[in-house]
Design a protein around this ligand. Structure first.
Ligand code: ADP
Length: 191
């Protein structure tokens, strides 16, 4: 069982890389953003609750997010491991994840950050917004607010995982294939 947290600011390329890594390492990819968007689109109760936060570029409250993540994990009892993308994003989520995995005899094996400059990332998101249909990628104010959320609530997780000797960072600038190789070097080392 190998559980990996892909870490990085909005636009860092977590989702893109997860698509390659899940096949290479036979992992179950859970993107909390994708699950929220699916619920929004299908107007589920969860989607209705999450909508106001997502529309503002704010984080969805921990309680809702943690519950949703646990439900997703429970759907894959026989997996080789998970690739968590967009979770955890707060210390409370990280603590909940540790407790939850521990209750199953599992753990987070590594957290890998994709690093890139804010200005590069904002431009990437605005580009993505032209085709993705995501409202939160089309408005620079909403994008900037996601970075404020990241700096306040998510950045402290680097220390959290560093203290557990589980934090790795790779350069997120380069071709998609190059970055997949950088991430793979880290995963091969921890396996
Ligand atoms: P990005 O990384 O580009 O911001 P995501 O698709 O990961 O995009 O997330 C989109 C939105 O979904 C976030 O702005 C937030 O509102 C919500 N969200 C996703 N993951 C979490 C999380 N772990 N905790 C709280 N909110 C989340």
């Amino acid at each position: 069982m190998t559980n990996i947290v892909l870490f990085g600011k909005p636009g860092a390329g977590k989702g893109t890389q997860a698509e390659f890594l899940k096949t290479r390492y036979n992992l179950t990819h859970i993107s909390t953003g994708d699950v929220f968007r699916y619920n929004l689109k299908n107007e589920t109760a969860l989607g209705k609750e999450a909508k106001e936060y997502m529309d503002r570029g704010d984080l969805v409250p921990d309680e809702l997010t943690i519950k949703m993540l646990q439900d997703e994990v429970e759907k894959h009892p026989d997996t080789n491991g998970f690739l968590f993308d967009g979770f955890p994003r707060t210390i409370a989520q990280a603590e909940a994840l540790d407790r939850f995995l521990e209750s199953k005899g599992w753990k987070v094996n590594a957290t890998i950050a994709l690093e890139a400059d804010d200005e590069v990332l904002v431009q990437r998101l605005l580009e993505r917004g032209k085709t993705s249909g995501r409202k939160d990628d089309q408005d620079e104010n909403l994008i900037r607010n996601r970075y404020v959320e990241y700096n306040e609530k998510t950045a402290p997780l680097m220390d959290y995982y560093q203290n557990q000797y589980k934090f790795y960072a790779v350069n997120g600038i380069g071709s998609i294939a190059e970055i997949t190789e950088r991430l793979s070097l880290v995963i091969d080392k921890i396996n």
